[in-house]
Write a protein that binds this ligand. Structure first.
Ligand SMILES: [Zn+2]
Length: 194
């Protein structure tokens, strides 16, 4: 099998631990290395099993399916088909495709700033990919958990957090359920170098 890096996830590997001051990132996959490439289309139960008609408009979020992809368009033809997009279906079912769990001392003192970065990352991602969205932000003991409608946004948020605040980033992808779990933690104290 050719090992062409088809997926943006290709190249993640276990045990990659850059120096502590630069933060760390670990990616763990629940499958053999040779099969690590993510084929979301095959395993995502929310992906349509039939070809969507074009143009279709989602009556919930107004994303338009045209040219083989969902996009934000200022207008769409009145005869457009109505098709609830899979991001809206996941939100309705409360069935996320990914989670970002944020924890650590740094979160306690910089919560607003950290959540602002997560929201800004989502806004930029959603502008390009209408189905990549934050579903919920929930408080847990010692952590804040962000759930998403897709498996790409958690990675983007995790990387943005690590880029901005260092800390430790861990990504776990479960191929069989097409689910990405991202954990980010930083114990830096305010004012300390991070
Ligand atoms: Zn929608």
């Amino acid at each position: 099998m050719r090992r062409t890096p088809l997926s943006e996830f290709a190249g993640w590997s276990m045990g990659v631990h850059p120096p502590r001051k630069e933060g760390t990132m670990t990616a763990i996959f629940s499958e053999p290395r040779k099969n690590r490439l993510i084929h979301e289309r095959i395993h995502d139960a929310y992906k349509p099993t039939r070809k969507l008609r074009e143009p279709s408009v989602c009556p919930v979020c107004r994303a338009v399916f045209k040219g083989g992809r969902w996009q934000w368009l200022p207008t769409w033809p009145t005869h457009s088909h109505r098709e609830i997009c899979h991001a809206c279906r996941r939100i309705k079912d409360n069935f996320p495709a990914g989670l970002v769990t944020m924890s650590g001392e740094f979160l306690k003192t910089h919560r607003t700033e950290i959540l602002g970065l997560a929201r800004n990352t989502e806004r930029a991602e959603r502008n390009l990919h209408p189905l990549h969205r934050i579903m919920k932000v929930e408080e847990r003991p010692g952590a804040v958990v962000v759930s998403t409608t897709d498996i790409h946004l958690p990675k983007r948020i995790g990387q943005a957090l690590r880029r901005a605040y260092k800390g430790r980033l861990e990504l776990r992808y479960a191929k069989e359920s097409c689910f990405l779990r991202v954990n980010w933690t930083s114990d830096s104290k305010p004012g300390a170098s991070r």
